[in-house]
Design a protein around this ligand. Structure first.
Ligand code: NDP
Length: 283
C-alpha cells in the first residue's frame, strides 16, 4: 500500500501560512492584490480562474478581474497588462492560458513586470531559477516541491525522472529537483525506451498530458510517483497521466488525481502573490 500524498492537506497548510502572512501585511496596511486577465470564453479556463479567485478570497487576497472577449487585439491585451503593471494595488498578474491563437502569449508574459510575475513564467523568473536566485517560481513544479518537502521525501542523491519538457512544468520541475541535489533525467516524446528510463527513478514525475500512460511497467518498486497530468477521462471525470490502479501497489508514495498536484498549483499562486506584496512593501 503506497502512501497517498494528499495535495488538499498540503495546500491547506500552505494556505494557513499564507493567511498568517496576509494578517501580518494587513497590520502594516498592505492588502495583497492579484489581477486576473481572462480572454475569451473557454469553459475550462473560466473554471480555473473561478477556483483561483475563490482561493484568493479565502486567503484575504483581493482580485481584480479583467475578462475580455476572445477577439481583443494584442494592443488591447498589452494595454491591460500595462495598466496592471502600473497599479500599486496589484502585486501579481495572472494571464490565464491558453490565449486565443491570434494573441502572442510570449509577448504577453514578457510584458508583465517581473516582480508581478506570480505565475513564474517570465523570462526573468525562469532565468533566476536557472541561476539559483530567489524569485517567483512556476506554481505547479513549486507546488510539487512543497509536497515532497512536506512528506519528508529525500531528494539529495535521488534519481529523479521528469516526463515532459514544457516551460511551465517539465523544465522548471527538473531545475527545482536539481536545486535540491537530485540527479535528474528529463524525458519527452523522442525518448527511447521510456519505461526503462522511468524505472531508474526514485522519484518519478509525470507531466505528459496523456491519460493513464504511466503504468506499473514504468515504475521501480518503492518509487515516489507524482502525477501532474490533468486529462478528461473516458467517463467524463479527471484522470492523471498515471494509471493509478496499476501503479499504486508498486509505488511507495503516490499523488491522486484529483486531489494531488492541482490544489497545490493554486495554493502556490496565492503564496506567490502574497510574497510579491510583501516584497513590494519592503516587509
Ligand atoms: P505540454 O503538452 O506542454 O507538454 C507535454 C510534454 O510531454 C512534452 O514535453 C512532450 O514531449 C511530452 N510527451 C507527450 N507525449 C509523450 C509520450 N508519449 N512520451 C513521452 N513524452 C511525451 O503539457 P504541459 O507540460 O503543459 O502539461 C502536462 C500535463 O500536466 C497536462 O495533462 C496538463 O493538463 C497538466 N497540468 C497540470 C497542472 C496542475 O495544476 N496539476 C498545471 C499544468 C499542467 P515533446 O516536448 O517531445 O513534445
Amino acid at each position: 500500500m503506497a502512501l497517498i500524498i494528499d495535495g488538499n492537506a498540503v495546500a491547506a497548510a500552505v494556505k494557513d501560512e499564507v493567511r498568517d502572512e496576509v494578517s501580518r501585511l494587513a497590520a502594516a496596511g498592505v492588502t495583497p492584490g492579484l489581477a486576473v486577465v481572462l480572454v475569451g470564453d473557454d469553459p475550462a479556463s473560466a473554471t480555473y480562474v473561478a477556483m483561483k479567485e475563490r482561493d484568493c478570497a479565502q486567503a484575504g487576497v483581493l482580485t481584480f478581474d479583467h475578462h475580455r472577449p476572445a477577439d481583443i487585439s494584442q494592443d488591447e491585451l498589452n494595454a491591460i497588462i500595462d495598466e496592471c503593471n502600473a497599479d500599486p494595488k496589484v502585486h501579481g498578474i495572472l494571464v490565464q492560458m491558453p490565449l486565443p491563437k491570434h494573441l502572442d502569449a510570449e509577448e504577453a508574459v514578457a510584458r508583465i513586470r517581473p516582480e508581478k510575475d506570480v505565475d513564474g513564467f517570465h523570462p526573468a523568473s525562469l532565468g533566476r531559477l536557472v541561476r539559483g536566485v530567489d524569485g517567483p517560481r512556476a506554481c505547479t513544479p513549486w507546488g510539487v516541491m512543497r509536497m515532497l518537502r512536506h512528506y519528508g521525501i529525500e531528494l539529495t542523491g535521488a534519481r529523479a525522472v521528469v516526463i515532459g519538457r514544457s516551460t511551465i512544468v517539465g523544465k522548471p520541475m527538473a531545475l527545482m529537483l536539481l536545486e535540491e541535489n537530485a540527479t535528474v533525467t528529463v524525458c519527452h516524446s523522442r525518448t527511447r525506451d521510456l519505461p526503462a528510463v522511468c524505472r531508474e527513478a526514485d522519484v518519478l514525475i509525470a507531466a505528459v498530458g496523456r491519460a493513464k500512460m504511466v503504468t506499473a511497467e514504468y515504475v521501480k518498486p518503492g518509487a515516489v510517483v507524482i502525477d501532474v497530468g490533468i486529462n478528461r477521462g473516458e467517463e467524463g471525470g479527471l484522470v492523471g497521466d498515471v494509471d493509478y490502479a496499476s501503479v499504486e501497489p508498486v509505488a511507495s508514495a503516490i499523488t491522486p488525481v484529483p486531489g494531488g498536484v492541482g490544489p497545490m498549483t493554486r495554493a502556490m499562486l496565492v503564496a506567490n502573490t502574497v510574497a510579491a506584496a510583501a516584497e513590494a512593501a519592503g516587509r
